[in-house]
Design a protein around this ligand. Structure first.
Ligand code: 13P
Length: 249
Protein backbone atom coordinates (compact mmCIF):
# COMPACT_ATOMS: atom_id res chain seq x y z
CA UNK A 1 0.00 0.00 0.00
CA UNK A 2 1.28 3.48 -0.89
CA UNK A 3 0.04 6.47 1.11
CA UNK A 4 -0.52 9.97 -0.29
CA UNK A 5 -1.41 12.41 2.46
CA UNK A 6 -2.46 16.01 1.77
CA UNK A 7 -1.77 18.24 4.74
CA UNK A 8 -3.64 21.43 3.92
CA UNK A 9 -2.37 23.18 7.05
CA UNK A 10 -4.25 26.50 7.60
CA UNK A 11 -5.42 26.76 3.99
CA UNK A 12 -8.63 26.36 1.99
CA UNK A 13 -12.08 27.79 2.52
CA UNK A 14 -15.19 25.65 2.39
CA UNK A 15 -15.67 26.48 -1.29
CA UNK A 16 -12.05 25.73 -2.20
CA UNK A 17 -12.20 22.42 -0.34
CA UNK A 18 -15.27 21.36 -2.28
CA UNK A 19 -13.69 22.39 -5.60
CA UNK A 20 -10.80 20.07 -4.71
CA UNK A 21 -13.15 17.18 -3.92
CA UNK A 22 -15.09 17.79 -7.13
CA UNK A 23 -11.84 17.41 -9.09
CA UNK A 24 -11.10 14.10 -7.37
CA UNK A 25 -14.45 12.62 -8.35
CA UNK A 26 -12.80 11.94 -11.71
CA UNK A 27 -9.51 10.61 -10.37
CA UNK A 28 -9.47 6.83 -10.01
CA UNK A 29 -7.66 5.62 -6.92
CA UNK A 30 -5.94 2.24 -7.16
CA UNK A 31 -6.48 -0.64 -4.76
CA UNK A 32 -2.96 -0.29 -3.41
CA UNK A 33 -3.20 3.49 -2.96
CA UNK A 34 -4.45 5.18 0.19
CA UNK A 35 -5.27 8.86 -0.37
CA UNK A 36 -5.84 10.92 2.76
CA UNK A 37 -6.67 14.61 3.14
CA UNK A 38 -6.10 16.57 6.33
CA UNK A 39 -8.20 19.75 6.15
CA UNK A 40 -8.75 22.27 8.94
CA UNK A 41 -11.04 21.21 11.79
CA UNK A 42 -13.95 23.31 10.55
CA UNK A 43 -14.02 21.39 7.27
CA UNK A 44 -13.99 17.89 8.73
CA UNK A 45 -17.71 17.66 9.35
CA UNK A 46 -18.99 18.99 5.98
CA UNK A 47 -16.40 16.96 4.09
CA UNK A 48 -17.23 13.79 6.02
CA UNK A 49 -20.88 14.21 5.07
CA UNK A 50 -20.07 14.66 1.38
CA UNK A 51 -17.56 11.94 0.62
CA UNK A 52 -20.10 9.85 -1.25
CA UNK A 53 -18.30 7.46 -3.59
CA UNK A 54 -14.94 9.18 -3.14
CA UNK A 55 -12.26 6.80 -1.91
CA UNK A 56 -10.43 9.58 -0.06
CA UNK A 57 -9.99 9.21 3.69
CA UNK A 58 -10.04 11.91 6.32
CA UNK A 59 -7.32 12.96 8.73
CA UNK A 60 -7.18 15.70 11.33
CA UNK A 61 -4.05 17.85 11.60
CA UNK A 62 -3.90 17.61 15.38
CA UNK A 63 -5.93 16.67 18.45
CA UNK A 64 -5.71 17.03 22.21
CA UNK A 65 -4.70 14.25 24.59
CA UNK A 66 -7.86 14.34 26.76
CA UNK A 67 -11.39 13.15 26.05
CA UNK A 68 -13.19 16.27 27.27
CA UNK A 69 -12.97 19.06 29.84
CA UNK A 70 -11.95 22.65 30.37
CA UNK A 71 -9.44 22.90 27.52
CA UNK A 72 -10.58 25.98 25.63
CA UNK A 73 -9.73 25.86 21.97
CA UNK A 74 -8.70 22.20 21.87
CA UNK A 75 -10.26 19.38 19.85
CA UNK A 76 -10.78 15.94 21.34
CA UNK A 77 -10.67 12.56 19.62
CA UNK A 78 -14.39 12.31 20.38
CA UNK A 79 -14.98 15.28 18.09
CA UNK A 80 -12.85 13.63 15.43
CA UNK A 81 -14.88 10.43 15.67
CA UNK A 82 -18.04 12.53 15.20
CA UNK A 83 -16.60 13.51 11.83
CA UNK A 84 -15.58 9.96 10.81
CA UNK A 85 -11.93 10.87 10.99
CA UNK A 86 -9.71 7.80 10.61
CA UNK A 87 -6.25 9.41 10.89
CA UNK A 88 -4.62 12.20 12.85
CA UNK A 89 -1.30 13.95 12.26
CA UNK A 90 0.62 14.05 15.53
CA UNK A 91 3.89 15.83 16.25
CA UNK A 92 4.13 17.89 13.08
CA UNK A 93 7.18 20.15 13.29
CA UNK A 94 4.93 23.22 13.07
CA UNK A 95 3.15 21.99 16.23
CA UNK A 96 6.49 21.27 17.88
CA UNK A 97 8.19 24.54 16.92
CA UNK A 98 5.43 27.15 16.75
CA UNK A 99 3.19 25.75 19.49
CA UNK A 100 5.87 24.25 21.72
CA UNK A 101 4.57 20.69 21.74
CA UNK A 102 7.16 18.46 23.39
CA UNK A 103 7.80 14.72 23.07
CA UNK A 104 5.95 14.03 26.34
CA UNK A 105 2.72 15.71 25.14
CA UNK A 106 3.08 14.00 21.77
CA UNK A 107 3.35 10.60 23.48
CA UNK A 108 0.07 11.27 25.33
CA UNK A 109 -1.63 12.26 22.09
CA UNK A 110 -0.44 9.10 20.36
CA UNK A 111 -1.80 6.96 23.19
CA UNK A 112 -5.13 8.81 23.19
CA UNK A 113 -5.56 8.42 19.43
CA UNK A 114 -5.34 4.64 19.80
CA UNK A 115 -7.97 4.70 22.57
CA UNK A 116 -10.34 5.95 19.87
CA UNK A 117 -9.08 3.77 17.10
CA UNK A 118 -7.71 6.73 15.15
CA UNK A 119 -4.47 5.95 13.31
CA UNK A 120 -1.70 8.45 14.04
CA UNK A 121 0.51 9.83 11.31
CA UNK A 122 3.48 10.49 13.57
CA UNK A 123 5.91 13.14 12.32
CA UNK A 124 9.57 13.24 13.23
CA UNK A 125 12.53 15.08 11.78
CA UNK A 126 15.55 17.27 12.44
CA UNK A 127 16.22 20.97 11.88
CA UNK A 128 18.96 22.20 9.56
CA UNK A 129 21.17 23.11 12.51
CA UNK A 130 20.75 19.66 14.00
CA UNK A 131 21.65 18.06 10.67
CA UNK A 132 24.71 20.29 10.29
CA UNK A 133 25.83 19.26 13.77
CA UNK A 134 25.42 15.56 12.95
CA UNK A 135 22.55 15.26 15.41
CA UNK A 136 19.94 13.87 13.02
CA UNK A 137 19.93 10.33 14.42
CA UNK A 138 20.08 11.56 18.05
CA UNK A 139 17.07 13.82 17.47
CA UNK A 140 15.08 11.08 15.73
CA UNK A 141 15.98 8.55 18.45
CA UNK A 142 14.70 10.89 21.16
CA UNK A 143 11.50 11.71 19.27
CA UNK A 144 10.84 7.99 18.82
CA UNK A 145 11.83 6.82 22.31
CA UNK A 146 9.71 9.34 24.20
CA UNK A 147 6.93 9.57 21.62
CA UNK A 148 6.34 5.82 21.58
CA UNK A 149 7.01 5.20 25.28
CA UNK A 150 3.36 4.70 26.22
CA UNK A 151 2.42 2.42 23.34
CA UNK A 152 2.21 -1.33 22.96
CA UNK A 153 4.08 -3.17 20.26
CA UNK A 154 0.91 -3.69 18.24
CA UNK A 155 0.04 0.01 18.48
CA UNK A 156 3.50 0.99 17.24
CA UNK A 157 3.04 -1.41 14.36
CA UNK A 158 -0.15 0.43 13.29
CA UNK A 159 1.42 3.91 13.27
CA UNK A 160 2.17 5.64 9.99
CA UNK A 161 5.54 7.30 10.56
CA UNK A 162 6.41 10.41 8.58
CA UNK A 163 10.01 11.54 8.28
CA UNK A 164 9.81 15.28 7.66
CA UNK A 165 13.15 17.07 7.86
CA UNK A 166 12.25 20.55 9.10
CA UNK A 167 14.67 22.15 6.63
CA UNK A 168 12.72 20.63 3.74
CA UNK A 169 9.27 21.80 4.81
CA UNK A 170 7.93 24.63 2.68
CA UNK A 171 11.43 25.51 1.48
CA UNK A 172 11.43 23.97 -1.99
CA UNK A 173 14.51 21.97 -0.95
CA UNK A 174 13.51 18.35 -0.65
CA UNK A 175 15.75 15.72 0.91
CA UNK A 176 17.56 13.77 -1.77
CA UNK A 177 16.40 10.18 -2.14
CA UNK A 178 19.71 9.13 -0.51
CA UNK A 179 19.21 11.40 2.48
CA UNK A 180 15.63 10.20 2.93
CA UNK A 181 16.62 6.57 2.51
CA UNK A 182 19.36 6.84 5.13
CA UNK A 183 16.93 8.17 7.73
CA UNK A 184 14.12 5.77 6.77
CA UNK A 185 16.55 2.88 7.25
CA UNK A 186 17.61 4.30 10.59
CA UNK A 187 13.99 4.63 11.78
CA UNK A 188 13.26 1.07 10.74
CA UNK A 189 16.27 -0.39 12.49
CA UNK A 190 15.76 1.76 15.60
CA UNK A 191 12.19 0.51 15.93
CA UNK A 192 13.26 -3.04 15.28
CA UNK A 193 15.97 -2.90 17.93
CA UNK A 194 14.02 -1.07 20.59
CA UNK A 195 10.42 -2.10 20.14
CA UNK A 196 10.14 -5.25 18.03
CA UNK A 197 12.78 -7.51 19.43
CA UNK A 198 11.12 -10.78 18.53
CA UNK A 199 9.87 -10.30 15.02
CA UNK A 200 10.95 -8.68 11.81
CA UNK A 201 8.37 -5.90 11.51
CA UNK A 202 7.61 -3.84 8.45
CA UNK A 203 6.64 -0.37 9.69
CA UNK A 204 5.14 2.22 7.37
CA UNK A 205 7.31 5.30 6.84
CA UNK A 206 6.35 8.28 4.68
CA UNK A 207 8.56 11.12 3.54
CA UNK A 208 7.45 14.77 3.75
CA UNK A 209 9.11 18.06 2.80
CA UNK A 210 8.77 19.90 -0.54
CA UNK A 211 7.30 16.92 -2.37
CA UNK A 212 6.12 17.95 -5.85
CA UNK A 213 5.03 16.24 -9.08
CA UNK A 214 8.62 16.78 -10.28
CA UNK A 215 10.45 14.94 -7.51
CA UNK A 216 7.88 12.32 -6.50
CA UNK A 217 9.22 9.64 -8.82
CA UNK A 218 12.78 9.89 -7.48
CA UNK A 219 11.62 9.94 -3.89
CA UNK A 220 9.32 6.97 -4.34
CA UNK A 221 12.17 5.00 -5.86
CA UNK A 222 13.93 4.58 -2.52
CA UNK A 223 13.54 1.21 -0.93
CA UNK A 224 11.92 1.99 2.40
CA UNK A 225 9.29 4.57 1.49
CA UNK A 226 5.61 3.87 1.86
CA UNK A 227 4.33 7.19 0.60
CA UNK A 228 4.44 10.93 1.05
CA UNK A 229 3.04 13.67 3.26
CA UNK A 230 2.51 16.72 1.08
CA UNK A 231 1.92 20.34 2.08
CA UNK A 232 2.03 23.06 -0.59
CA UNK A 233 1.69 20.81 -3.63
CA UNK A 234 -1.40 19.16 -2.16
CA UNK A 235 -3.37 22.40 -2.30
CA UNK A 236 -3.61 22.36 -6.09
CA UNK A 237 -5.85 19.49 -7.21
CA UNK A 238 -3.94 18.93 -10.43
CA UNK A 239 -0.54 18.73 -8.74
CA UNK A 240 -1.78 16.39 -6.01
CA UNK A 241 -3.33 14.22 -8.72
CA UNK A 242 0.02 14.08 -10.54
CA UNK A 243 1.72 13.07 -7.31
CA UNK A 244 -0.72 10.21 -6.81
CA UNK A 245 -0.33 9.15 -10.44
CA UNK A 246 3.47 9.44 -10.46
CA UNK A 247 3.83 5.90 -11.67
CA UNK A 248 1.18 6.02 -14.34
CA UNK A 249 2.53 8.86 -16.49
P1 13P B 1 5.54 21.12 2.06
O1 13P B 1 5.17 19.98 1.15
O2 13P B 1 4.81 22.38 1.77
O3 13P B 1 7.03 21.26 2.16
O4 13P B 1 5.05 20.69 3.55
C1 13P B 1 5.38 19.46 4.04
C2 13P B 1 4.62 19.22 5.27
O5 13P B 1 4.83 19.86 6.27
C3 13P B 1 3.58 18.18 5.23
O6 13P B 1 3.13 17.88 6.51
Amino acid sequence: MKYFVANWKMHKTYIEAFEFLEHFKNVPIGLNECVIIAPSFTLLWPISKSMGELKIKLSAQNMYCEDKGAYTGETSPIHLKDCNVEFVIIGHSERRNLFHEDDELISKKLKKAFEYNITPIFCIGETLEQRKNNLTFDVISKQLSIGLSKLTESEIYKIIFAYEPVWAIGTGINATPNQAEEVHEFIKSFLQKNFFKNEDINVKILYGGSVTPNNIKDLMSISKIDGVLVGGASLIPDSFERIIKFNRE
